[in-house]
Design a protein. Structure first.
Length: 542
């Protein structure tokens, strides 16, 4: 074991053994304290590092959640806005534009709950702030949008109601076109428009002003013009001076003169149409009488082997019925009188034993003429006048019947109707518009009569009457040169207008009026078309 020699401090340096120990202990304590502080500082620094790291990680996670919330929320909110816009359009479309509660109900009961529910889907502070901003902006937008929609609808409703009011009042004054009625209608219009605008809670000031000024003015004009039009229609020559003086701000003199001229022209046209319609009615009535007479003869008269007629008693009553059923037919009286005379003559047996050769020859020759084909009435009249014997009368009636009867009646009628359906507008172009002119109607009637005569002519020659309507046939009625015979020429139109107006052109003298058809006897007449023969049912060229 090593020998350690104790060290003795020199005397006089002031260090006692006890003090040295104390100082050493204190120094050690100080060193331990400093070390402890260093240890504490190191631990604190380590804690701060851990806390910072945790904070950085939280910020990253929060930013990521915010981004996802806003990204998904933006897409969902776009769909949300489109859906709510569509819902509002549907509601507004079917609602009363003057019911303000429609807008409030949509905003409070439909939109607001949906906006609150949308905000609940955001979990971070920033995403919630974005949702709040978006919801507030859309809420304000929808308030403005719904307000504008209700105002627009209210304006449209006011305009439509104003138009209906104007139409109704215009119709009322058309029925009663007096100044009292006009004044009352204008007063009601102003009151109705004012009340409609003032009672609407959604209508804008601009629309209200337009309804009360612009629409009101147009309404007054419409009312006055409707009344004036009705006055002129009732009397084309009415004096409108008082109307012009009182309501001149709504209709000027030029307009009234234009209305009056139009009414006078229409009245003249209507008069021409009425006269032509009456003429056509008489012509059709005459045709019905002739057809009815043929049927009475066919149904009630036959002949024995000697040629003596056998008359059914119904012959006389049915003959009288012709006149009763066709009171407007000019030929009815003469036709019925002839048939009754003939029947009475047959009953008295006062029939010529020998026919007048001139009369018989004329009737027989005309059997082959499409233009002068004799009617049954003419044959009966000749017998009644003792110009035909019973036998000759029988033979001529049978021949006339054979020629006029149509074995293919229905199909021939169809061809006839189809032909004039196609070629009628060629004769009178106005037929395309559904209203033939008076002069054109005469041309069509003449063409139809000629068509019947051509049918009979073809039958008399043993030919098919359908050839009249066959474009490949030489007898085709639709050839341009034939159709042109029925189409009114410009000169004929001028002559017709002159005749109807009764005013001759310069250098000409007025032509004597032709007697009405019911007072006209068969024979030659001087007409605007030259000399024509009146057959009793129509005009033909001599």
């Amino acid at each position: 074991m090593a020998n350690i020699r104790p060290y003795e401090a020199p005397a006089g340096i002031g260090l006692a053994p006890t003090e040295i120990g104390i100082d050493a202990a204190q120094g050690a304590a100080r060193r331990l304290s400093a070390f402890g502080q260093q240890m504490a500082d190191a631990k604190a620094q380590e804690g701060h590092g851990i806390a910072g790291a945790i904070t950085d990680v939280g910020a990253v996670v929060d930013a990521d959640i915010t981004h996802r919330d806003i990204s998904a929320g933006a897409a969902n909110f776009a769909q949300f806005m489109a859906q709510k816009n569509s819902e509002w359009e549907d509601i507004a479309k079917n609602s009363d534009p003057n019911d303000r509660s429609v807008q409030q109900k949509f905003l409070q009961e439909n939109l607001e709950p949906a906006l609150q529910q949308f905000q609940q889907g955001f979990s971070t502070e920033k995403s919630q702030a974005w949702a709040q901003h978006s919801v507030d902006a859309y809420r304000n937008h929808m308030f403005e949008k719904t307000t504008a929609t209700m105002s627009t609808l209210a304006g449209e409703a006011a305009t439509v109601n104003a138009a209906k009011t104007i139409n109704g009042l215009s119709s009322a004054v058309a029925v009663d076109p007096s100044t009292h009625s006009i004044d009352n209608a204008i007063m009601m219009l102003d009151h109705s428009l004012g009340s409609t605008v003032d009672s609407s809670p959604n209508i804008t000031a601009e629309t209200a002003a337009r309804v009360k000024t612009e629409l009101a003015l147009k309404g007054r004009e419409a009312i006055v013009k409707s009344a004036v039009s009705s006055m002129i229609t009732n009397n084309p020559n009415v004096d409108l001076g008082a109307i012009q003086k009182k309501y001149g701000e709504y209709i000027d003199g030029a307009e009234m003169k234009m209305f009056q001229r139009a009414a006078q022209t229409q009245a003249k046209s209507n008069a021409l149409m009425d006269r032509q319609a009456a003429l056509l009615q008489r012509q059709q009535a005459d045709l019905a009488v002739h057809e009815g007479a043929s049927k009475v003869m066919t149904d009630n008269v036959s002949f024995d082997p000697t040629g003596k007629p056998i008359i059914d008693p119904k012959f006389f009553n049915q003959t009288l019925d012709l006149a009763r059923k066709n009171p407007n037919a000019p030929a009815a009286a003469a036709t019925v009188r002839t048939m009754l005379d003939w029947g009475e003559t047959q009953q008295k047996h006062e029939v010529a034993a020998i026919s007048d050769p001139t009369v018989r020859g004329d009737l027989l020759t005309r059997m082959s003429s499409p233009d002068k084909f004799p009617s049954e009435i003419e044959i009966l009249r000749a017998q009644a006048d003792h110009k035909l014997s019973q036998q000759d009368g029988k033979e001529l009636l049978e021949l006339q019947k054979a020629i006029t009867q149509r074995p293919e009646g229905d199909s021939l009628k169809r061809d006839h109707a189809e032909f004039f359906k196609q070629f009628g507008p060629t004769i009178d172009p106005e037929m395309k518009l559904g209203s033939p002119t008076p002069l054109g109607a005469q041309g069509i009637y003449k063409a139809e009569m000629d068509a019947y005569r051509v049918e009979r002519f073809l039958q008399s020659k043993g030919l098919d009457p359908h050839l009249a309507y066959d474009p490949t046939s030489q007898y085709f009625l639709g050839k341009p040169e034939r159709i042109s015979l029925y189409r009114p020429t410009m000169q004929e139109k001028l002559d017709f207008e002159k005749q109807t107006q009764g005013t001759p052109k310069k250098g000409e003298t007025a032509m004597p009026a032709i007697p009405p058809a019911d007072q006209r006897t068969p024979g030659l007449y001087e007409t605007p078309k030259g000399k024509l023969r009146w057959t009793g049912t129509g005009w033909v060229t001599p």
